[in-house]
Design a protein around this ligand. Structure first.
Ligand SMILES: [Zn+2]
Length: 437
C-alpha cells in the first residue's frame, strides 16, 4: 500500500496549482497528474479545448471492448477570497491533521484518491472485465463546456460507457447517526435576473419611478413566496432511510409522507438548509446592482437569483410563477447558461449494490441511500445519455464540514484521505469484476 504521507503531499502539491475558474488554467494540473500516471506506467491522452485548458484520460484495458467504467473528477476550483481565510487558500498547508486549501473537498481530494486507487489497481495487475478510465476534466465550475461537454464530443466512446463515478455524495455523520449518500440525480438550475428601468434624478427629490425601488419590491415578493414541500421518490427513500423510527422534531418519524403533515417537522425542515433544499424549489438572491452615487437615483437596476428546482419540475411553470410574483414594472430574464436539464440514474442497480457492499465492508451495516445533489455537477451530461452515473466520495464528514466547500477554510482531514483511497479501491474492485452485459 502507498504511504499516506505521500498521498497527503501529493494533494498539498496539487492544491498549490491554482486552477481557479475562471480562468481555469487547468493545463498545469493535467500535466501534474499525467506525470504521476506516466511514471506508474499508464498511458495518457491529453485533450485541449482552448489555450491553457486541458482534459486528461488514462485507461486500464479490460478483457472486453466497449461499455467502460469511468472515474471522473474536475480539477478546476471556485475562486477563494484570501483575506477571509486563516491560511493561504492555495498554499496546500498541512496542520492539525488536515490539508487546507481551495479544492480539498471540491474536488481535488477525490481526484487524488481516485488516481491512487486507479494506479493501485493497475499495479496489482488486475485485468477488469471492461476498460476502466480515469478522467480528469476542466471547467466544471462554470458549466463544463470545455470539460465534460467537450470530451463527450471529442471521445465518442464516452457516450457509451456503462458507469461513471464522481462527486455529489459523502458518508455523513451527525452525532451517533451515520449514513452514506450516493447521489443519483441533482437539482435543476433555473437561474434568472430581474431588471427595472426608471427615471433618474436627484436623491433629494424622490419620485415613484425609481429603478432600485422597483427591483427591491419585486425581489421582496419573490423571496417571500413559500415554495411547497414536495415528496420526490429519491428524497423519500433518503429521508426514510435516515429517520425511520427515530425521534425527529419531537415526533416519532415513520414516513416522510406522514411527517410532512406535522407542523413541528415542517418547522424543522424550514430551519435546515439541506433538508429544505431537498424538499423544495429554492430561490436565492445572490447579486444586486443599481446606482453608483448616494445622491443620484439610477435609471436601471438588476438583481440576480440562483434558483434550483426539484427533479420533475418544469422551467416554464417555474418562470410563469416568478413573473406573476415579480409583477409589473420589472422584466424577468432567465439566464441562458443558468438553465439545466435533469435526469436520474436508477438505484436498483448492480453498481449501487456494489458501492453499498464496499461501504459496508469498511463501515459496517450503515444505511447507504440514494441522494439528490442540490448543486449541479458534470454527471448530468452522462445521465442525459442514459448512463448510470453516481456521485459519491467515501469519506466521513459532517454537514458542517461541507459548508466550507465554496466557502472559507476548506479542508480535508488526513483520515478522510486514507478513507477515500481505501473506499475507492473497494469500489474499483467491484467495477473491475462487473460486466454490464
Ligand atoms: Zn465540484
Amino acid at each position: 500500500m502507498e504511504n499516506i504521507d505521500d498521498v497527503v503531499q501529493l494533494l498539498s502539491n496539487f492544491i498549490r496549482i491554482n486552477t481557479t475558474n475562471p480562468p481555469g488554467n487547468e493545463e498545469e494540473g493535467v500535466l501534474f497528474l499525467e506525470d504521476i500516471l506516466l511514471k506508474a506506467g499508464l498511458p495518457t491522452e491529453v485533450y485541449s479545448p482552448a489555450p491553457k485548458r486541458a482534459n486528461l484520460l488514462s485507461r486500464i484495458k479490460g478483457k472486453k471492448r466497449g461499455k467502460a467504467m469511468v472515474l471522473l473528477g474536475h480539477i478546476d476550483v471556485v475562486p477563494a477570497r484570501a483575506e477571509e481565510w486563516d491560511v493561504d487558500p492555495f498554499g496546500g498547508e498541512i496542520k492539525d491533521g488536515y490539508i487546507y486549501g481551495r479544492g480539498t473537498i471540491d474536488m481535488k481530494g477525490q481526484v487524488i484518491c481516485q488516481l491512487i486507487a486507479f494506479i493501485d489497481l493497475f499495479r496489482r495487475g488486475v485485468e477488469p472485465e471492461r476498460d476502466i478510465i480515469f478522467l480528469a476534466t476542466c471547467d466544471e465550475e462554470t458549466g463544463g463546456k470545455n470539460g465534460v461537454e467537450f470530451m463527450l464530443n471529442e471521445v465518442k466512446e464516452l457516450k457509451d460507457v456503462s458507469f461513471v463515478l464522481s462527486e455529489g455524495g459523502f458518508i455523513i455523520k451527525e452525532g451517533e447517526s451515520i449514513h452514506g449518500q450516493v447521489s443519483v440525480s441533482e437539482k435543476m438550475l433555473s437561474q434568472f435576473m430581474i431588471r427595472a428601468t426608471g427615471t433618474g434624478g436627484h436623491g433629494s427629490k424622490p419620485h415613484k419611478d425609481n429603478a432600485n425601488e422597483k427591483v427591491v419590491e419585486a425581489a421582496h415578493r419573490i423571496l417571500n413566496h413559500k415554495w411547497p414541500i414536495k415528496n420526490t421518490a429519491i428524497v423519500n427513500a433518503y429521508m426514510n432511510g435516515i429517520f425511520r423510527d427515530k425521534t425527529v422534531a419531537g415526533m416519532k418519524y415513520k414516513t416522510l409522507k406522514e411527517a410532512m403533515g406535522n407542523k413541528k417537522f415542517v418547522e424543522f425542515i424550514d430551519g435546515d438548509p439541506l433538508y429544505n433544499a431537498l424538499l423544495r424549489n429554492t430561490v436565492t438572491l445572490t447579486v444586486i446592482r443599481g446606482g453608483e452615487k448616494v445622491n443620484v437615483i439610477p435609471t436601471e437596476a438588476q438583481a440576480y437569483f440562483d434558483a434550483r428546482l426539484l427533479p420533475g419540475e418544469k422551467h416554464e411553470t417555474f418562470f410563469k410563477r416568478i413573473r406573476s410574483l415579480a409583477g409589473k414594472g420589472v422584466e424577468v430574464l432567465p439566464l441562458k447558461e443558468g438553465l439545466s436539464h435533469t435526469a436520474l440514474s436508477g438505484y436498483n442497480s448492480k453498481p449501487f449494490k456494489g458501492i453499498k457492499d464496499a461501504v459496508i465492508k469498511t463501515w459496517g451495516r450503515i444505511p447507504v441511500l440514494p441522494f439528490i445533489t442540490t448543486g449541479a455537477t458534470d454527471l448530468r451530461y452522462f445521465r442525459k445519455h442514459g448512463i448510470t452515473a453516481y456521485g459519491f466520495f467515501p469519506i466521513v464528514v459532517t454537514n458542517d464540514d461541507l459548508m466550507r466547500m465554496h466557502g472559507k477554510n476548506e479542508r480535508i482531514s488526513i483520515e478522510n484521505l486514507r478513507e477515500g483511497v481505501e473506499g475507492i479501491k473497494g469500489i474499483l474492485d467491484f467495477l473491475a469484476s462487473y460486466d454490464p452485459l
